[in-house]
Design a protein around this ligand. Structure first.
Ligand SMILES: Cc1cc2nc3c(=O)[nH]c(=O)nc-3n(C[C@H](O)[C@H](O)[C@H](O)COP(=O)(O)OP(=O)(O)OC[C@H]3O[C@@H](n4cnc5c(N)ncnc54)[C@H](O)[C@@H]3O)c2cc1C
Length: 384
């Protein structure tokens, strides 16, 4: 048998692709190499796991053994790929060399680390996978005081999840309202008010000057001069696409690994999908783009070259205190138009020509998704 289709990464992107390939071809050899334990979990569950009463093992949907058995794949956990060699069609795992027929990079993204100062700067946690979640969960006893740095999607979701479970939550952000990149101010304030109702305390329009440990507590000093004592600090300031393997092999990377309409990188027979990818100048670090990518790429890998198409893909923000749905606008000139009474607000983002290119709904207005979705342009539709 020839060299297998080889996928690096067993996150949602890697495993969804493996499933799609297997659906189209019962026989093709598929190998998945992954740095982690290979158990499949649904990453969005991480930021609602406290309310669901789930520990890290409770989040597993399929063990690595189940994936191997049901999908008839080779899956190698705890296997970090250290180098890829596209010209030779092989990858390196330390000293071991493995051949591939086609290679797919599904290496995800890693939390951005802020350059913080103080004796507790190294203790800042981030939750981007199940193992991070296990460490974080172990670090916060009932009623713990938690500072979340970053009021974006992940920061707000954790704030809701932790506060609803009785933790004392502080959220800090340079911006003036939560979800500043996804919501206009009025909706951000509606979300802020709802989370404040759960006891969340806000430190907005300021940054962290220092984090210092004294005995069992951490003193947070903000740039505006205020201070706060907490037990744990969680950073949720965003993710950076994992481009290193690709860049070191000479593949084109910018904010992510650059791929064409077929999700092929700048190297022959090397493809990429998921959080590590940049397509048409955009990162698409969400679940729905992975579904569209995996379907198209599986067809390409099994002999039917297929371009990936991305329709409008709204994201549900998991903040039950204030239900929120957003169809993120692209980075273009434009302005939000907001209507309704807080917290039930409808917002449409119009570009400079007045065309609606994004929308956001909060509170009871989230029921109007079907009304707005048809107005939205696709995120990316390649020419035929
Ligand atoms: C807390 C949280 C909540 C979220 N909620 C939502 C949501 O509600 N809706 C939504 O649409 N999106 C959400 N997202 C985003 C979504 O989960 C991601 O877009 C998606 O899971 C990314 O999957 P991925 O497979 O590309 O990356 P990852 O899950 O990061 O997987 C990367 C894989 O690559 C492996 N790997 C990396 N480097 C190597 C190497 N050198 N060798 C071997 N293996 C390697 C890793 O071990 C891992 O298996 C959320 C994200 C987080 C963190």
């Amino acid at each position: 048998m020839g060299a297998p289709i080889t996928i690096i990464g067993s996150g949602h992107a890697g495993i969804t692709l493996a499933r799609e390939v297997r659906r189209l071809s019962p026989d093709v050899a598929i190998r998945v190499l992954t740095r982690d334990d290979g158990h499949y979990y649904y990453k969005p569950d991480l930021s609602k796991a406290f309310a669901a009463g789930k520990d890290a093992d409770g989040l597993i949907k399929n063990t690595a053994e189940q994936l191997i058995e049901t999908m008839k794949i080779e899956l190698k956990p705890r296997t970090t790929v250290t180098r890829i060699e596209p010209a030779a069609h092989r990858v390196w795992v330390g000293d071991e060399v493995l051949d591939y027929s086609k290679l797919i990079l599904a290496t995800g993204a890693a939390p951005i680390r802020l350059p913080l100062t103080g004796t507790a700067a190294d203790e800042v946690m981030a939750v981007n996978d199940r193992e991070d979640y296990a460490r974080f969960r172990a670090a916060i006893p009932p009623g713990a005081r938690v500072l979340i740095i970053g009021a974006g999607l992940i920061g707000c979701e954790f704030a809701n999840d932790l506060a609803a479970q009785g933790h004392v939550v502080h959220v800090a952000d340079l911006a003036g309202w939560p979800l500043p990149r996804l919501l206009p101010e009025a909706q951000g304030q509606a979300l802020q008010t709802a989370l404040s109702g759960l006891g969340v305390q806000w430190h907005l329009r300021t940054s962290i000057a220092s984090l210092d440990r004294a005995d069992t507590v951490i003193t947070v000093r903000f740039a505006d001069g205020s201070t706060q004592t907490v037990d744990v600090v969680l950073s949720a300031v965003g993710l950076k696409a994992a481009t290193q393997l690709a860049a070191e092999a000479g593949l084109t990377t910018r904010h992510g690994i650059v791929v064409d309409d077929h999700l092929q990188t700048s190297a022959a027979d090397v493809y990429a999908l998921g959080d590590c990818v940049e397509i048409n100048g955009r990162l698409l670090p969400y679940i729905l783009p992975i579904a569209h990518s995996a379907r198209a790429l599986a067809a390409t890998l099994t002999g039917t070259p297929t371009k990936a198409k991305f329709p409008a893909m709204p994201v549900i923000v998991k903040t039950p205190a204030c239900p929120t749905l957003v169809n993120p606008p692209p980075m273009v000139e434009g302005a939000w138009e907001v209507s309704g009474l807080a917290p039930d607000l409808e917002a449409v983002f119009k570009d400079a020509s007045g065309k609606p290119v994004g929308f956001a709904l909060t509170g009871a207005a989230t029921s109007k998704r079907a009304q707005y979705l048809p107005l939205m342009p696709p995120v990316y539709e390649p020419a035929n």
